[in-house]
Design a protein around this ligand. Structure first.
Ligand SMILES: Cc1cc2nc3c(=O)[nH]c(=O)nc-3n(C[C@H](O)[C@H](O)[C@H](O)COP(=O)(O)OP(=O)(O)OC[C@H]3O[C@@H](n4cnc5c(N)ncnc54)[C@H](O)[C@@H]3O)c2cc1C
Ligand SMILES: NC(=O)c1ccc[n+]([C@@H]2O[C@H](COP(=O)([O-])OP(=O)(O)OC[C@H]3O[C@@H](n4cnc5c(N)ncnc54)[C@H](OP(=O)(O)O)[C@@H]3O)[C@@H](O)[C@H]2O)c1
Length: 272
């Protein structure tokens, strides 16, 4: 396999659990493509083809076939020399089991453009933002928080981040988020766990992120009502969560974005 299709390098890797890692990737130019907070990049590796695979008929391909996957960028756009990505191992997947064998210095392919509409660009200033994630779906919100937290006037009136994970150890960025909320009263962070052992030290919410969207619970933890006239809700991660939370919010007067038509106040990013 020619080295020439690779144009990027893993420059750092921090394993949070055996299945969850923060990976930093640098493009060979030394500068990553520009992006809006909330967008994703695309990484790839050449497909693993059996050594005895028959030669391809027809016109010559312009390079090896690739397994390409999207990863939300957690760095703010001001960081120009790498993307930080929060990645979970999907044991049955094509790309992540291979990423899991790679260390700092490993080579891979990066698309020379970031993509995605899951950003604050169309959202009016001064709204309440409710950012709901499962698992690695917290990545785009980390970029948004890092990018806008020092903006004055504030980009939002309140920002409430609800993060659902199986276990407390899966709560990536928890220390950073707790430090932000300790300094900034406009930001609230509500972690929720679904599979944490009942006798553990966990004192917070249990169940799914929907538990934090219950009106009384939300008002207590966020310090305000969840009001469709004032709030935009972002949903990111597990597609079952996105579908279920969207239906719950639509029942309370929120309206999801449509492909064509006016912008709603529910914005979604499904990871699979
Ligand atoms: C816009 C966008 C942004 C994304 N950002 C991230 C990110 O920041 N971090 C991240 O880890 N992943 C992210 N993903 C998911 C990522 O693109 C891959 O799908 C994931 O890494 C699995 O790749 P794979 O090749 O190992 O598995 P695949 O061969 O692609 O998947 C095998 C099967 O596993 C399931 N699956 C896929 N992804 C997941 C998952 N994360 N959890 C559970 N089941 C899954 C699906 O049913 C899929 O059919 C994002 C996806 C999209 C569309
Ligand atoms: N995180 C781990 O400990 C771990 C370990 C090994 C491998 N993996 C692999 O990593 C991949 C992703 O795992 P993940 O834990 O990051 O993500 P995930 O499976 O999407 O789970 C993240 C959170 O979303 C919750 N959830 C599931 N369906 C929901 C719904 N309809 N509404 C609201 N919340 C919902 C899960 O609750 P539930 O607990 O009810 O599912 C969990 O709390 C999987 O392929 C998994 O096999 C994960």
């Amino acid at each position: 396999m020619g080295e020439d299709i690779f144009n990027a390098t893993i420059v750092d890797r921090r394993d949070l659990t055996p299945e969850l890692a923060i990976i930093r990737v640098r493009h060979d130019t030394g500068t990553v493509p520009e992006f809006e907070p909330g967008q994703f990049c695309t990484l790839g590796l050449p497909k693993e083809e059996p050594a005895d695979a028959p030669a391809t008929e027809g016109p010559a391909r312009r390079g090896p076939r690739m397994d390409r996957r999207s990863y939300s960028i957690a760095t703010p756009p001001s960081v120009r020399d790498h993307y930080e990505l929060l990645v979970v191992l999907v044991p049955t997947g094509k790309l992540t089991p291979r990423l899991w064998t790679m260390e700092a210095g490993s080579r891979l392919w990066m698309q020379e453009r970031a993509d995605g509409m899951f950003t604050l660009k169309p959202i009016p200033e001064g709204k309440d933002l409710v950012m709901v994630a499962t698992g690695t779906g917290i990545g785009p919100y980390i970029s948004i928080l890092r990018a806008y937290r020092d903006a004055r006037p504030r980009r939002w009136r309140r920002l409430v981040l609800i993060h659902g994970t199986r276990l407390a150890v899966d709560q990536a960025y928890r220390e950073e988020l707790e430090a932000i909320t300790a300094q900034d009263e406009s930001v609230r962070y509500i972690p929720v766990v679904s599979r944490e052992p009942i006798d553990s030290q966990w004192k917070g919410l249990r169940g799914h992120v929907q538990a934090a969207l219950e009106p009384a619970v939300f008002e207590t933890l966020a310090g305000a009502k969840l009001d469709p006239a004032e709030a935009h809700v972002f949903l990111c991660g597990n597609p079952a969560m996105v579908t279920d939370a969207q239906a719950l919010l639509e029942g309370r007067g929120f309206v999801a974005d449509k492909m064509r038509g006016p912008m709603g106040n529910i914005h979604v990013e499904r990871y699979w």
